[in-house]
Design a protein. Structure first.
Length: 397
């Protein structure tokens, strides 16, 4: 289905499919998150066709067979291939049929003559009954079933998956209360490009926890301490909250709602509501890896400072922590600053690919800003642990 969202209606015949699809169209227009003007059900039956019904009694009086009449109709109206021309490596069929003015309306068709074995020429109107009938404009099938489409689109600010769930719930309510009756042999299902989002979310439900586990294992292999790894791993929680905070800011009309040097910042950063999508979660995964950089940088030097100074008192513990923090605060700030600055061109980008890159960059941008709090959290937690261990060892002695 070449649409973000829609319903595929399967059924035994086209009129039944069309009727049920139009009922669904009316229901979908009542969904608050669906654009009313974008809802459209296929009008399957409605194209006029000319039927030439051969009168078997009439043709038998003239000694004609059904095949004789059909060959005349084919030759005169549809055209019959009599030969093929060869032009180099190309082949073109040559068809013969009556001129358009002799076959463009029922009265002209009735004047076409059919030759009999005795040499008589009988008008086609004496042998067939000409009638107009309504037929399908296009016949679509899927999995051996006839199918019709009901297309829809969402309003701005709503996620496709949420819109589909709301539409499904309303349809189920109408079916339960009896205002919509599903005909026998008819079934329907939601389809469209949003299905890719659902499939991706199922994969991400496995990938995201796996990434977190892998990051924690890498930290443990580096520091050989669960407590130290957890301290640094806490930076991911800070980054996680910062990413969602930035997504929340993007949904607010007052965020950056001013101009700087005659430049509207909302237009510059293309601020609008960002729904959780595959691109956003990919940005979260990238953020998880970046968010631990500052913690690793500071934690590594804290271990080095304690091995070098071997503090025996609480004041010495705090002095060692302060020494490590002062030594690594500038590299940590540079690490965060370069990451944030590198994301600015992405956040202000336009053109092809920007609709994917911007949602990926927003979580990393907001997450790294808030994750800078780990400059202070990691040393404080480290000092608390060492002071606790020092007091416990003194009490045991």
């Amino acid at each position: 289905m070449r649409a973000p969202m829609g319903i595929k209606v399967f059924g035994p015949d086209l009129p039944t499919i069309e009727k049920f699809g139009m009922e669904l169209e009316q229901v979908l227009k009542e969904v608050p998150s669906v654009k009313t003007e974008a809802v459209f059900a296929d009008r399957i039956v409605g194209k006029p066709y000319i039927h030439l019904n051969i009168n078997r009694e009439a043709i038998s009086r003239y000694g004609l067979s059904v095949v004789d009449v059909q060959q005349t109709i084919e030759t005169a109206i549809g055209g019959m291939q009599i030969t093929t021309t060869v032009e180099g490596r190309e082949r073109f069929p040559v068809r013969v049929r009556y001129p358009r003015e002799l076959r463009d309306d029922p009265s002209s068709l009735s004047k076409i003559v059919v030759s009999t074995a005795s040499g008589a020429h009988i008008p086609l109107g004496d042998l067939v009954d000409v009638e107009y009938v309504r037929g399908p404009q296009m016949i679509k099938s899927e999995n051996t079933f006839l199918v019709g489409y009901v297309l829809l689109d969402k309003k701005d600010g709503f996620a496709e998956v949420d819109v589909v769930e709301a539409a499904q719930n309303l349809i189920n309510e109408r079916i339960d209360e009896g205002s919509i009756v599903v005909p026998k042999g008819v079934s329907y299902k939601f389809s469209g490009s949003y299905e890719n989002q659902i499939r991706a979310e199922k994969r991400l439900a496995i990938v995201v926890p796996l990434v977190l586990v892998i990051i924690f294992l890498i930290l443990y292999f580096q520091f050989k301490s669960i407590s130290t790894s957890l301290m640094i791993f806490g930076g991911i929680a800070m980054a996680f909250s910062g990413a969602f905070l930035m997504l929340w800011f993007y949904s607010k009309g007052w965020f950056l709602n001013f101009s700087l040097f005659d430049t509207d910042l909302r237009n510059l950063f293309q601020i609008k509501t960002i729904n959780l999508s595959v691109a956003v979660w990919v940005g979260f995964i990238a953020l998880f890896g970046i968010a631990t950089d500052d913690g690793v940088l500071i934690g590594t030097y804290l271990d080095y400072s304690f091995k070098k100074n071997k503090p025996k008192t609480i004041s010495q513990v705090r002095a060692a922590v302060s020494e490590a923090g002062l030594k690594r605060i500038k590299p940590a700030i540079m690490t965060t600053a370069t990451t944030i600055i590198a994301l600015l061109p992405v956040l202000t980008s336009t053109g092809r690919g920007a609709d994917i890159m911007i949602p990926m960059a927003i979580p990393a941008f907001g997450g790294m800003i808030v994750a800078s709090i780990t400059y202070f959290i990691t040393p404080v937690l480290y000092s608390m642990r060492e002071e606790y261990n020092l007091k416990r060892n003194q009490n045991e002695k």
